[in-house]
Design a binder for this molecule. Structure first.
Ligand SMILES: Cc1ncc(C[n+]2csc(CCOP(=O)(O)OP(=O)(O)O)c2C)c(N)n1
Ligand code: SF4
Ligand SMILES: [Mg+2]
Length: 301
């Protein structure tokens, strides 16, 4: 028989350890973990990357990545990431967090790390529920969504409305990049990978705080089959959490979040009078700023 040359078309990323997954069938955590590992490989940063695992099903991240991992207390991943990045500015530091962790108990850390413009990368898994603890209502659970703690559906008159994290953080000057993605199809998985790669590349280039929100499934606690969970996510979560880019200072024509923030404050004398020469140069005329904004509208989706 004719011998054929072996051609590798698919293999495990080196940054993903050869261990058995413990995510439930149909859970998108596993897809995202793999995408992060592929990105670490492709950027060649395995040796300098430090991941922060939180509390929730995301915690299992520390079992899967071949890079250094640190476990943070519930919600404190941005604070731990801040410390690690400030002490080791040459390392690439990322936090991998669920919605209960990031937007409930860790909301303060999240907002303040973002507004301080910490040069970290955050991967945010929004599955609209507390997965690990059995399906309690999360800050991102949808209005009328049935959970263990909202058996008649989330009542917004008492529980309030879901938090849209990308939209909320997009108001903060410290933020460089925000994108919401989803892993419901090969096309969207490729888009999600591009967003994750950009969020890591931004850190390498010193662009600033970057967060990618992944609209995700939790079939186990939604009480659905994997197929029904994907359908429910597409029909209910995506209209509430539209996919897209919510901030991209590079696409707006700025080198980093600080330049973009200075440009936004161009009419504020106390800001402009105290700018460094470098930033003053970057926003030297309103026309230049306007130009950059126009470019952004053409460049960002
Ligand atoms: C201080 C503290 N409070 C509560 C808990 C219990 N707890 C563990 S995981 C979790 C929810 C995690 O939900 P989420 O972040 O959405 O992650 P998922 O499992 O959905 O991926 C909670 C409340 C804890 N471990 N520590
Ligand atoms: S409980 Fe939910 S979030 Fe956790 S692994 Fe299972 S499906 Fe995924
Ligand atoms: Mg969750």
């Amino acid at each position: 028989m004719e011998e054929r040359e072996e051609k590798v078309v698919f293999e495990r990323p080196k940054s993903l350890l050869p261990v058995v997954t413990n995510f439930c069938p149909g859970c998108t955590h596993g897809i995202v973990i793999r995408l992060v590992a592929e990105v670490i490989d492709e950027l060649g940063i395995e040796g300098q990357t430090i991941g922060i695992a939180p509390v929730g099903c995301s915690v299992m991240a520390y079992d899967f990545f071949a890079c250094d991992m640190i476990e943070a207390a519930h919600g404190r991943a941005p604070a731990v990431a801040t410390a690690v990045k400030r002490v080791n500015p040459d390392n690439v530091v990322f936090a991998y967090q669920g919605d209960g962790d990031l937007a409930s108990i860790g909301m303060a850390e999240t907002v303040h790390a973002a507004t301080r413009g910490e040069k970290i990368t955050v991967i945010f898994i929004n599955n609209a529920i507390y997965g690990m603890t059995g399906g309690q209502m999360a800050p991102t659970s949808l209005p009328n969504q049935i959970t263990q703690t909202s058996p008649y559906g989330r009542d917004v008159s008492s529980a309030g409305y879901p938090v849209r994290v990308c939209e909320m953080l997009s108001t903060l000057d410290g933020v460089a990049y925000l994108e919401r993605v989803c892993c419901d199809s090969p096309k969207n998985i490729r888009k999600a990978k591009r967003a994750i790669k950009k969020a890591f590349q931004n850190q390498i280039d010193g662009v600033g705080y970057s967060l990618v929100e992944v609209v995700s499934t939790c079939p186990t606690n939604w009480g659905m089959t994997p197929t029904d969970a994907f359908k429910w996510m597409d029909e209910n979560m995506l209209p509430y959490y539209p996919l897209g880019v919510y901030r991209d200072v590079k696409a707006e024509g700025f080198a980093n979040a600080a330049e973009a923030a200075a440009a936004r404050a161009v009419d504020c004398p106390i800001v402009v009078d105290n700018l460094s020469e470098e930033l003053r140069g970057a926003i030297s005329s309103k026309a230049a700023v306007q130009d950059a904004m126009n470019k952004a509208q053409g460049g960002a989706q």
